[in-house]
Design a protein around this ligand. Structure first.
Ligand SMILES: [Zn+2]
Length: 361
């Protein structure tokens, strides 16, 4: 039946086509005869639009004032439904940094007002290189709920300060998850063969993620509204001890500045003092090495002179970090102490002039 229907309808269409073709030919003949009768100027007017249409110059395109601007087109064409609006990540109005409570470890979410999202360290993983069993799986337990709450789908930059599992372990979960797109991964490029670091590098390779080694002097593009510079480790030879090679970053937003230090210890700190001196001054500091005494000497504290000092540790087992002595030294220079083991997640915001602090507890 279907075949018969097709056969019957076929000739009717053909005859229609033939009729229309004849009309078009007649019209073309008439118009060309008319065209020949016109003088040269008229022909130019008639054919000029066809010539221009094939290759419009950028200036002519700009002159079309009646066209809506690209922004207007986008808003009209891609206006999301209310449900989609909920799912689209909106950058915060202020620079927002979350210092996660990950027990013995370190993890930060940095949200730049112009939109970029950075995670600097991600706490301990499920299978720590050292068995601090109490603080496992920071990626899923501490970071994931905040990423979901903030509707973050893309992490522009991941910074692994140094190859220890209490800093990198949580990244294994985040990098394994298909929930997040990752822009690039930065670390100091230290050869280190612990299971966590090997797994970290294997994931990067397997998922073909852009990986970059960053060192002193490198300027990081985290958006035009912030200035971000790596201060340590040095470009040349690294230290033997992984902690010392932590990627140390100064982030400036307006008149406010933030220092991320990972687990730097005495040698890296002395070099920072020698090379940068008062330039390491910052309003907010991630207290080095979870607040150990040796990483927080008075020369360093005096130069940084932070108004807000944030520690990430347990205050007790296994290392007693942050130490009461470290907290005392920071308070001596006028710093307000914020401690993840007491405050829970700590969120510090800056509008470029003023800094505000919000804590979970
Ligand atoms: Zn550490």
């Amino acid at each position: 039946m279907v075949e018969a229907y097709g056969v019957e309808k076929g000739p009717e269409k053909k005859s229609n086509k033939g009729f229309f073709s004849l009309v078009i030919i007649l019209l073309l003949l008439a118009s060309s005869t008319w065209g020949l009768a016109l003088n040269a100027n008229w022909r130019q007017v008639l054919y000029a639009p066809f010539k221009e249409a094939s290759l419009p110059s950028p200036v002519e395109t700009d002159k079309e004032a009646s066209l809506p601007s690209p922004v207007e087109i986008e808003e009209e064409a891609f206006l999301p439904s209310p449900i989609e609006i909920e799912e689209v990540y909106k950058s915060p109005d202020e620079l927002t940094i979350t210092y996660f409570d990950v027990g013995q470890g370190l993890a930060h979410l940095i949200q730049i007002p112009s939109g970029k999202v950075i995670i600097y360290d991600a706490g301990e993983g499920t299978d720590p290189d050292h068995k601090y069993t109490k603080y496992r799986n920071a990626g899923a337990k501490a970071i994931l709920p905040v990423l979901r709450g903030e509707h973050i789908k893309k992490i522009d930059v991941i910074v692994g300060s140094h190859p220890h599992s209490d800093h990198l372990g949580g990244f294994l979960f985040i990098l394994s998850s298909d929930e997040f797109e990752v822009g690039e991964i930065l670390d100091p490029g230290m050869v280190h063969s612990t299971p966590t670091y090997n797994a970290f590098l294997e994931l990067i390779e397997k998922k073909e993620m852009p990986y970059r080694i960053v060192r002193d002097g490198d300027i990081l593009d985290w958006g035009s509204d912030v200035f971000v510079q790596v201060l340590s480790p040095p470009k040349g030879e690294l230290w033997d001890h992984a902690n010392e090679n932590s990627v140390t970053i100064k982030l400036v937003y307006g008149k406010t500045s933030f220092l991320f230090t990972g687990d730097i210890e005495k040698r890296a700190i002395n070099r920072l003092i020698d090379v940068y001196g008062p330039q390491i001054k910052a309003d907010v500091v991630q207290v080095p090495h979870h607040g150990s005494n040796t990483s927080n000497d008075r020369d360093f504290i005096g130069l940084v002179g932070a108004a807000h000092a944030v520690t990430s540790g347990t205050g007790g087992e296994p290392f007693g970090h942050p130490t009461p002595e470290t907290c005392r030294r920071w308070r001596e220079v006028g710093a307000q102490m914020h401690q993840t083991h007491l405050d829970g997640n700590i969120t510090i915001m800056s509008d470029g002039k003023n800094i505000s602090v919000r804590t979970m507890r």
